[in-house]
Write a protein that binds this ligand. Structure first.
Ligand code: COI
Length: 359
């Protein structure tokens, strides 16, 4: 274990009422920081009062986007205890994303320790209302001051956390997504599998067009043939046609979602037929028209999000009468039950804060 220096705020904030929480606009009293310098390695892990930090205007992350992040959650169950959902897997993924962006290795054990320590310090901010949680955003940015294009020699790893409610304004109600035939998010050999700022920058233009057309999100198709489903950017996509559950494979263009993995594991536990294989948009539309389609997204922020309508090439296709499907609801209830400690957790995904039940 590395020693983490803790400087507590002298001006603690007041957590908002759980009922008022939306997503991503409230942060707690503290943040975690740690620096990297070539030749010195990662150093100075510390928790300090939350606030702005200064960056040189020539800092390379501001110009070339060498930045990665992850997103995970802590939950306060009805028993009052705080649980972290698949922390070790998120820590590993942050390090993998960094690898794509030529960043130095950051020991996943250090990521775990930093997150546990910060959540412990700010634990009074973990909300308890059903559907709320503490969202955790570990981030690594390149901090060297230069304008040449090459990997930075210095980095800042930081973690911020904040209480959140539902990601989509629809909550658990079905969302409408637009399969884009005009914009692409990623291609094989690119950064699509990394959780990096660049992928989200690439999604903005298409997402805005989708929102203007009345959709919540874009369903990205493959960047080459524009024929096969990739992901939704804020979530992985899954569907059920007949007795087969299908999701696009991890082929380098989509994020290896932790919720995606949790859902696939549960489905296999339940004995369902699960295929990670390419699925063509035309087959999805044919299934929607035949009334045989159930569709949902999976993500840390989005949890399990039913899809009630699909747009493509100017047409709108209603899915499952615009209602949440039975399997989607069962997945939501099971995942949420595990996260809040009210359902059996056979894979030990929800781990108590510290090595005990905190809260
Ligand atoms: C998450 O689900 O944690 C994400 O990072 C998606 C989004 C909020 C950018």
């Amino acid at each position: 274990m590395t020693d983490i220096a803790i400087t507590r705020t002298t001006n603690p904030g007041k957590p908002p009422a759980d009922e008022t929480l939306t997503f991503g606009n409230i942060f707690t009293d503290h943040m975690f920081l740690m620096n990297y310098d070539a030749g010195h390695g990662w150093h100075d892990p510390r928790i300090v009062p939350y606030g702005p930090f200064s960056l040189d205007p020539a800092c390379c992350v501001l110009h070339y986007g060498q930045a990665v992040f992850d997103g995970m959650k802590a939950f306060r169950g009805p028993d009052g205890h705080i649980r972290l959902f698949r922390l070790a897997d998120h820590a590993r993924r942050l390090n993998q994303s960094g690898h794509f962006l030529c960043m130095p290795e950051l020991d996943p054990a250090m990521v775990e320790q930093s997150i546990r320590a910060l959540v412990e310090v700010d634990q009074r901010w973990v909300p308890s209302l059903a559907g709320t949680s503490l969202y955790i955003r570990p981030t690594i940015i390149a901090t060297e001051t230069f304008l040449g294009v090459h990997p930075s020699h210095s980095y800042l790893y930081y973690v911020i956390v904040g209480p959140v409610g539902a990601y989509y304004k629809e909550g658990m109600n079905p969302v409408r997504i637009l399969a884009s035939d005009t914009h692409v998010r990623a291609v094989q050999g690119g950064l699509g599998a990394a959780k990096t700022a660049a992928n989200y920058a690439a999604s903005l233009f298409g997402a805005e067009a989708a929102q203007k057309a009345g959709y919540t999100q874009v369903l990205w198709l493959d960047g080459v043939e524009r024929k096969y489903l990739d992901e939704v950017g804020t979530m992985n996509i899954m569907l059920k046609i007949g007795d087969e559950v299908i999701t696009p494979p991890l082929n380098g263009t989509i994020l290896a979602g932790i919720t995606r993995d949790s859902v696939l594991t549960l489905l296999r536990d339940w004995g369902l037929r699960v295929s990670e294989r390419p699925i063509a948009i035309d087959d999805v539309i044919a299934a929607a028209q035949a009334g045989k389609l159930e569709m949902w997204g999976t993500g840390t922020a989005a949890v399990i999000s039913p899809v009630g309508e699909l747009g493509y090439k100017g047409e709108r296709y209603v899915i499952n009468d615009g209602q949440t499907g039975a399997l989607t609801q069962k997945l939501y209830d099971t995942i949420v039950g595990i996260q809040y400690g009210t359902a059996a957790d056979p894979h030990a995904w929800a781990r108590p804060l510290g090595n005990r039940l905190g809260g």
